[in-house]
Design a protein around this ligand. Structure first.
Ligand code: PFF
Length: 442
């Protein structure tokens, strides 16, 4: 949105917020993170973090954004003059830029799969899906070209002002994607040996309960809700005062948990039934989805449709990421929007190149025992997002008088008090405790 127009309908806002939230986080990242961190315990912690910490902070971001009605930096400066709270906006800019730098790499993989799927060459001939994925992501020319195409696609949508069109198209695209997931779930769960996957997801193996799992689950909750990076503050700045922010936030959080679990229920039963490994890493979904489609009639065709829908879900998130970077980067200087967005997109693309190559020619490079791609992901999800969320929570809890926040939240007294307790005490203390635990005890 280039001007300060508001969302014309409540559903418009929920679609934009949900569209930005639901993307690769739930569908691609959640299954592989759960897979590499023992399944059940990670999933349990993720759900708890989403409900107890993420949701209240999401409400806080909606409140801050709507009160400010400006980009996050101007908004914090106006709401708290002379105080350093606007730094939350800068953290958001850096974090969203870094997220988009590797998000576009995965977006590129999706494009590569779509091109292959158009010739129906992904399924049907007893393919080795693991080898196929490795082939694609280790080819430097292909990944860079695909990443660039994805970035250009995102940029064009943001610049052409067709973002609203994309978001309203997602009104019917997302439900179809959901139906696909149900279909895949039915196929996956009825494979022989599938139940092992359900056990992996729901029967806790407490040996995985440690500081690392906790911080990763917290990061996953923040990543998939898009909080801690001023994104939801930016979106809510277009929201009119009439909307009930609590209901919108609950909708976004519920959808997020539902899609994450559903994605897990498609992937893990098939992983165990078809003899794959849950610890495949970032390739897990790309390997498993074709494997499940192969078990379906018209699998090759359906796979193509699926990847197109997945591209859609991914693009509604990537445009949010670029939108936040641009809106913070240029603030009120809307006249330079086009040039600035091209420049920022180009910088983000360049920053993403090492991540794109980290599965191929840069696979030997590691930073603190992580590949470049993993490292950038870890820095954003497990460090920047929790710091941003911590500050946002404290700001919402202490900066506003109770009278103001009560009016903004428009919830029952009990609900309001629970929210206030969480943003004042539970969320900040938990985030700090999770950090301390990770740094000193694991
Ligand atoms: N929540 C998005 C996802 O789960 O794919 C990722 C994301 C989008 C994070 C926008 C942050 C953001 F501002």
């Amino acid at each position: 949105m280039s001007s300060r127009d508001q969302f014309t309908s409540k559903i418009g806002f929920i679609l934009a917020a949900a569209g930005s939230a639901i993307g690769l986080g739930a569908i691609w990242k959640f299954p592989y993170m759960a897979g590499t961190n023992g399944g059940s315990v990670f999933i349990l912690l993720f759900v708890l973090c989403t409900i107890l910490i993420g949701l209240p902070i999401l409400i806080a971001e909606f409140m801050i954004g709507r009160r400010g009605q400006k980009d996050p930096i101007t908004s914090f400066k106006e709401q708290a003059p002379g105080k350093p709270w606007f730094m939350i906006g800068w953290i958001g800019l850096v974090a969203c830029g870094l997220i988009l730098s590797f998000y576009s790499v995965v977006g590129g993989w999706i494009l590569s799969y779509i091109v292959r799927a158009t010739t129906f060459s992904l399924t049907g001939q007893g393919n080795d899906f693991g080898a196929l994925f490795t082939d694609i992501i280790s080819n430097p020319m292909e990944v860079l070209f695909a990443q660039a195409c994805f970035m250009i696609l995102t940029l064009v949508i943001v610049q052409a002002g067709i973002k609203n069109g994309i978001e309203s198209a997602s009104k019917w695209m997302m439900p179809i994607l959901f139906i696909f997931f149900i279909l895949l779930f039915i196929r996956s769960i009825t494979l022989e040996g599938a139940f092992e996957g359900v056990k992996f997801m729901f029967i806790p193996d407490w040996s995985y309960l440690n500081g690392e799992t906790l911080i990763l689950a917290l990061g996953q909750a923040f990543f998939s809700l898009s909080i801690g990076v001023a994104a939801m503050i930016t979106y809510a700045s277009y929201l009119s005062r009439k909307e009930k922010i609590v209901t919108s936030a609950i909708n976004v959080a519920t959808l997020n948990i539902a899609i994450s679990l559903l994605a897990g229920l498609v992937i893990f039963p098939a992983v165990f039934a078809l003899g794959f490994s849950p610890t495949e890493g970032p390739g897990l979904v790309f390997i498993m989805i074709p494997a499940v489609f192969e078990q379906l009639p018209f699998g090759s065709f359906l796979l193509l449709v699926f990847f197109i829908l997945l591209l859609f879900a991914t693009v509604t998130s990537s445009i949010a990421l670029l939108e936040v970077v641009v809106s913070i980067g240029i603030r009120e200087k809307t006249a330079q929007r086009k040039k600035a967005s091209s420049l920022l997109a180009a910088i983000i693309f360049i920053v993403g190149i090492p991540s794109a190559l980290s599965f191929g020619i840069l696979s030997d490079v590691s930073i603190f025992d992580r590949s470049i791609f993993d490292f950038v992901d870890y820095v954003t999800s497990a460090i920047l997002m929790p710091i941003g969320a911590l500050l946002t929570s404290i700001f919402a809890g202490y900066h506003y008088s109770k009278k103001i926040s009560r009016e903004e939240i428009q919830a029952s007294p009990i609900l309001y008090n629970v929210w206030l307790f969480i943003v004042r005490y539970l969320a900040p203390i938990s985030i700090v405790a999770i950090f301390i635990n990770k740094v000193f005890f694991s």
